[in-house]
Design a protein around this ligand. Structure first.
Ligand SMILES: O=C(O)C(=O)C[C@@H](O)[C@H](O)[C@H](O)COP(=O)(O)O
Ligand code: ZN
Length: 355
């Protein structure tokens, strides 16, 4: 079991608990759950099939009344229509400010459910119970919640720190392979931006079983890196921009293909490879950094090649990126594996990233 505490300047502190089997012991977390009269679990159909019954029972035993909202799986659910449907359900259950939302699922459920928690009645408490690797190592920690618009990803959102993040690596036992690969892209990102030892460790696994064996430790390392970054810069004014390594290109790829062809992790993998190719050429990154990134991404079955996309469409999507301030965009580049830096570029240079 590992417990990290996240405390940002402006909000409450909260625990990030990483423990195998904790989903079967939620009823013992009375101090957390008995604060609430009602807890609404938001989950998707796939996760509900496997885990909703057990989690409902556990939380109910800890004190509160429990309600559940089950949404269709997939990025398409991170939209305004689904958000409105959830608000209506919350109203029907008479959820008040002394109640909480618990998100049980991957990145989509966490981002969408978290966004509802941030905005319903101007904000109610949120407990994140991430079930995918991507959500366990990245999206459940740090308070970014949001939904997509047709124009791009996460264009409407908030910073809304959870009251607790409860991570059970055993959820991963039922995760399909392609979701594991998706999450590995973010794990590799953490090695790239902040930990050469993590990167080297990930390079060294010859067998999938050995990786799974170390998963609790790997999740804890990623959460610790993210916690440290978020504590320093909750609202992404500086350091937090490093968490966006590979995402400027990645978000364009995801959006251009309407979130159907590439998963978030796959798109970010392409983004990490492509941005590093450019920064090596510009002398920002050490020469072997690109080769190492290509090798590790290929080892984990992740794509690295930029797909063909017309530049006028790319431009349309790219210019809605939240990281633009006037005509400048902040991107994350690697000096070398484990050491990131933020580079400010202008619109024409940003387009060059896609050539
Ligand atoms: O938490 C962050 O900050 C991140 O950038 C983590 C990213 O991996 C994540 O995909 C995030 O949702 C991207 O945020 P966005 O602000 O670029 O939409
Ligand atoms: Zn991401």
């Amino acid at each position: 079991m590992k417990e990290l505490i996240c405390k940002t300047e402006n909000t409450h502190q909260y625990p990030i608990i990483i423990e195998k089997g904790i989903k079967g012991r939620l009823s013992q977390m009375k101090a957390l759950f008995s604060q609430y009269h009602k807890v609404v679990i938001i989950t998707d159909k796939n996760v509900a099939k496997e885990y909703l019954g057990e989690v409902e029972r556990q939380v109910r035993q800890a004190g509160p009344k429990v309600y559940s909202i089950v949404i269709p799986p997939g990025e398409a659910s991170k939209c305004l229509t689904q958000t409105a449907e959830i608000y209506n359900e919350l109203i029907k259950c008479n959820i008040t400010r002394s109640d909480a939302i618990l998100t049980l699922g991957g990145g989509v459920v966490g981002d969408l459910g978290g966004f509802c928690a941030a905005t319903y009645l101007r904000g109610i408490d949120l407990i994140q119970v991430p079930t995918s690797l991507l959500a366990q190592v990245d999206s459940s920690v740090g308070g970014k919640v949001g939904i997509d618009l047709d124009y791009g990803k996460n264009l409407v959102g908030a910073f809304h720190q959870p009251r607790a993040v409860i991570i059970d690596p055993l959820f991963l036992e039922t995760l399909e392979d392609h979701y594991m690969i998706d999450g590995m892209a973010e794990v590799i990102k953490y090695g790239c931006i902040s930990s050469a030892p993590l990167f080297v460790k990930l390079m060294g696994y010859a067998y999938y079983e050995d990786l799974v064996e170390d998963m609790e430790e790997i999740i804890a390392k990623c959460c610790q890196i993210k916690r440290d970054v978020v504590q320093t810069d909750e609202h992404e004014q500086g350091l937090r921009r490093i968490l966006n390594f590979g995402h400027t290109i990645g978000h364009v790829v995801e959006t251009y293909f309407k979130f159907k062809k590439y998963s978030h992790g796959e798109a970010v993998a392409i983004g990490m490879a492509q941005i590093t190719k450019k920064t090596v050429a510009e002398g920002i990154s050490q020469k072997d950094t690109y080769d190492n990134i290509i090798e590790i991404l290929e080892n984990y079955g992740l794509p690295t090649e930029l797909p063909k996309m017309p530049l006028d469409k790319v431009q349309e999507i790219l210019f809605t990126d939240k990281k633009f301030e006037n005509d400048s965009l902040y991107i994350c580049a690697l000096e070398k594996i484990g050491k990131a830096q933020i580079v400010k570029i202008q619109k024409p240079q940003a387009i060059e990233l896609f050539r």
